[in-house]
Ligand binder design. Structure first.
Ligand code: TYM
Length: 336
């Protein structure tokens, strides 16, 4: 039997931050040899909120380079850009026509983002999860490694696939495979440095709220120095009254590679003044090899283009096969 297939992606809106890395990409890397992997840069999703055309292409390349710098291995994975494979937009349209409108109106992320945008909410923002379902279903993915915030979108993806199969599949042979989310407990929800009750996010207007993977050591030190803390003495996990404390200890645990027990014992008697330099050092050390590899990759002209060209070819072949199956199931005549 062949390997199970994985698909996941990140939007090229701004820089990748520790939440993206600890919640998603680190897990892609850890599991990659077990699966046949497809990792895309979801640039079509990036325009569902106001975006900067001047930087979209560059941001897309940056994210693809960061996948490699974080340890994605081309021996196990295909890296490609969503907009380079036209089947994504095409399947999204076809799935739009089987997705009830109220399923989309119920999505938490839509409601949150829509509130922030007032009157400027695009149809694309509402439709975002259908495009995400198309990304996953085109590859007949078995598993989708993501952070906690994407759970509802994956449930919707399964619902859309099940509805399509029910309406248009032949009973014994479903057209679309129902994917499973792969959400790791630790790191699945990294919180903001300025408010431990809010998710670390690219869209937070405050740069101090997140650590970006390409931040310099000085910037990392500054952000950790200024992050929100609290008054009680001693640092502990899992105290609901101390969300910042839990978040910072979790980040430390993940960037240092120590166990929860080791971190709990090490930090039990510490104050913030003692802990912050320790966290700073561990974060800088964890990001240094990623940054070095990233800068080396960016020095090699044409390398990334080659990776993405090959990725597009491999991804297109699989995606087009599924698209054809879907069109046949819907009753389309295919071009001859
Ligand atoms: P995006 O770009 O917002 O986030 C990329 C990945 O990072 C995870 N993540 C976090 N994990 C832990 N803590 C955080 N604070 C945090 N912030 C973000 C996200 O869960 C995600 O795994 N809709 C997706 C992009 C997408 C996609 C797909 C993902 C489009 N098509 C198909 C998987 C499969 C998103 O918003 O990514």
């Amino acid at each position: 039997m062949g390997k199970k297939r994985v698909l996941s992606g990140v939007q090229p809106t701004g820089n990748l931050h520790l939440g993206n890395y600890l919640g998603a990409i680190r897990n892609w890397v850890a599991g990659q040899s077990e699966y046949e992997n497809f990792f895309c840069v979801v640039d079509l999703h990036a325009i569902t909120v106001p975006h900067n055309p001047e930087s979209l292409a560059e941001d897309t390349y940056t994210i693809a380079a960061l996948y490699l710098a974080c340890g994605i291995d081309l021996a196990h994975a295909t890296i490609f850009v969503q907009s380079h494979v036209s089947a994504h937009s095409e399947l999204a349209w076809l799935l739009n026509c089987v997705t009830p409108l109220n399923w989309l109106q119920d999505m938490i992320q839509f409601k949150e983002k829509a509130v922030k945008q007032g009157e400027n909410v695009s149809t694309g923002l509402l439709d975002y999860p259908v495009l995400m379902a198309a990304d996953i279903l085109l590859y007949q993915a078995d598993k989708v490694p993501v952070g906690e915030d994407q759970k509802q979108h994956l449930e919707l993806t399964r619902d859309i696939a099940a509805r399509f199969n029910h309406q248009f599949g032949k009973k014994k042979e479903p057209v679309l495979k129902l994917p499973e989310p792969l959400i790791r407990g630790e790191g699945a929800r990294v919180m903001s440095l300025t408010d431990g009750t809010k998710k670390m996010s690219k869209s937070d207007p405050s740069e101090l709220s997140r650590i970006n993977l390409l931040d310099s050591p000085d910037t990392i030190a500054k952000k950790i120095k200024r992050c929100k803390t609290d008054l009680p003495k001693g640092l502990v996990f899992d105290d609901p009254e101390r969300p910042e404390c839990h978040n910072l200890l979790t980040i430390y645990m993940l960037v240092s590679g120590k166990t929860k027990e080791e971190v709990a014992a090490e930090c039990a008697d510490m104050g913030w003044g003692q802990f912050k330099p320790v966290l700073t050092e561990a974060t800088i050390a964890a990001l240094q090899p990623i940054q070095e590899k990233y800068h080396a990759l960016m020095q090699e002209p044409g390398y990334l283009e080659g990776v993405l060209r090959q990725g597009r070819e491999k991804a297109s072949a699989i995606a087009n096969e599924t698209l054809t199956k879907v069109k046949v199931a819907l009753g389309y005549s295919l071009p001859v």
